[in-house]
Design a protein around this ligand. Sequence first.
Ligand code: C2E
Ligand code: MG
Ligand code: MG
Length: 748
Amino acid sequence: MSNKTDLLHKDRDAAKKSGGWSRFFGPVEKPSTTPIDNSHLAQMARAFEDSGRGWFWSTDGNLSLTYVSDSVCGTLGRERHEVIGQPFESLFRAERRADTSSKRTLPFQLRTKSKFSNLELLAATDDVECWWSISGRPEFDKAGNLLGYKGSGLDVTYNRQSHDEASRLSESDTLTGLASRYRITRRLEAALTAYKVAKRSCALMIIDLDRFKQINDTLGHQAGDEVLKQASQRLMRVVSKDWEVGRLGGDEFQVIMPDIDDRGELGDAARKIISMISQPYTVDGVRCVIGASIGMAVAPFDGITSEELTRSADLALYAAKNDGRGRYRFYSSDLHDKAEDRRQLEDDLRDALDRGEISLVYQPVVKAGTNMISGFEALMRWDHPEKGPISPNVFIPIAEDANIIAGLGEWALRQACEDASKWKGNARVAVNVSPIQFANTELSTLVASALSNSGLTPDRLELEITESVFLGENADTDNVFATLKKLGVRLALDDFGTGYSSLGYLKTAPFDKIKIDQSFVRGATESGNRNAAIITAIVSLAKALDMETTAEGIETLDTLDLIRKLEVSHVQGYVYSRPLFNAEIAERLERGDLEIMPTGHEVHRNDRKTLFRKIGVIHEDHRYDVMMRNLSKSGVRIEGLIDVPIGTEFVVDFGEGQLAVATVRRSNDTSQGLQFEIPLISDGSDGLCTRHRVSPYVLAAAGMPLAALPSGHYPLVGNEFAGKHDGKPKSMPRFGQVDKGDALLRVA
Ligand code: C2E
Ligand code: MG
Ligand code: MG
């Protein structure tokens, strides 16, 4: 048999096996007028397949494979029967982090049933790297139901690898024009080697864009590239000219800042960068918003080699992201523990619902004019078996990142509807919906099911949505709004004013209520505070759009007075009530007791951190252990020393090389108020830190090995300040110390 006949036989066999070529190309109903008929097409297709460069695929309406060319099975090292019937996406490897490759858009294209071409994806091979360029076209029946996809793939491994190699070695990043990863990494290595000899410091900043993936997923790869370009230009505009900026890949950037160790200066730079990058972008006439999180580390304090310093900056970035994004963080050694804690929490959270640790509490929402309850907001609680109650501000973002929010959110929605359906009367229930749940087109189906299972009427259910659902807004967002409205549920815009700088979406999104965030309420009564003016503006905006307003977080009677004067229609806050258990409100509603009187005395502040930890204060030749509390930028209150005169100067040792000179301004019994000579600065999170630290170069000069600052304080620092010579103190301690156990009791 000649090769040619052999090929034709093979053709027939393959066509038979896979249901025939006509199945793939579709039946040819009319005889073709061109000389190429179906069998020619089949032969050409087969030759193309056999060349090994290209292949074909098709799926059914559920996106399960109904056909792939043999070469695909060969490349993946799987049998045909192991491939057919599997999801189309299983042909590709999961997304690689530092790569903005088009894999990100494949699920989106499939979900939106759109046509796509030339998506470059990594084949799901075990060992060798193989890149495919994929195209596909959906087919629908007359009613618009998806019948399946048909498409082709090309092997582009060679092009891709040589491109990768070229860009890896190239000095500048082709998309943004910034230094490439290759260059910036080499620059950092070179700088740190030279600076170590010259005893110079060098700061490293790693910037990661927030919500960039959403832009890529919703607006497409090209729009993503455009945003990256614009963000890079903005970055270049804010940084100082002797800093070097590079793109590490994906949406990650790096800035090398020579001769800076002042964390005040670094914090200012980080704030400026975050605010510049967070301004809206316009891409092809579409407005979109991203943010930035920043991690910073300074050599030699946080690392000597480029590897060490990069690891420290990375860890700080991770912490900044976990703190809620749009923030910066400096490296500190306790971040290692925090990262570990978070991983542990994430693990625990996965089973928390099954173990019955998750519950709902309900906080009354009250009409400001009449003190009558109009509804309740359902708030999730997690009672951790060892750690106790964990704030939703901590566990909800973890659930969102770890893909467990959908399950928790569904449970909350069903439970809240179930509870509210048993309440006497018409009080509404509001349920928080994460933007991640909102991005799922199944949300309206879930809401409908929760309503019908519980029997709750739709107008008694209010969904609270935050502004971030409008980031990278697309047609889907409008559709979800429309279907939810059709169900008859109410929609509230939560945390208004905290995230998004455009008001445009208010014109079209059908909200019934705007919830004014606590941050606008806080301080509104203080003279000179502009929050009252902002609230007035929000109220008139809401009135013009025929929406209600709820002020969140009202704690005191004077704020309540102000809120009423500003004509906010509803109030939610401790001034009326904390969140309550379902049994408590069910009983209250049973009595028909809807009026609730504000009380301003009890101010609960669950979220305020009680700050007491051990620090050192150094005076003359001595170092004393004291308890710290009420730390502010300008001063600290300490407990543990007796009879310290006003005017005494101390060096406060916060650990990790952070020393601050301070003077005693107030003193009574065992507690002193100290004022810092140089105020502390924000660490980007809720904490404070000193601008400068003891340099490892200084420590090295005094005999310690040159290394990044360890945690805690150092014997050497103690010696240097406490003047221990030959192991003997020079003078007697000046102040008496309270017994440590006693001090702890007093502070707690
Ligand atoms: P949110 O939706 O803005 O809820 C209001 C938060 O303010 C609640 O905090 C509430 O306890 C608190 N609050 C109410 N009145 C006062 C007051 O007078 N003073 C102060 N300081 N706080 C007050 P909570 O329960 O800790 O929840 C925090 C956030 O966690 C919520 O903010 C919401 O964004 C999220 N969350 C809570 N439950 C859920 C849920 O079931 N699903 C989702 N996706 N998010 C939830
Ligand atoms: Mg809410
Ligand atoms: Mg809120």
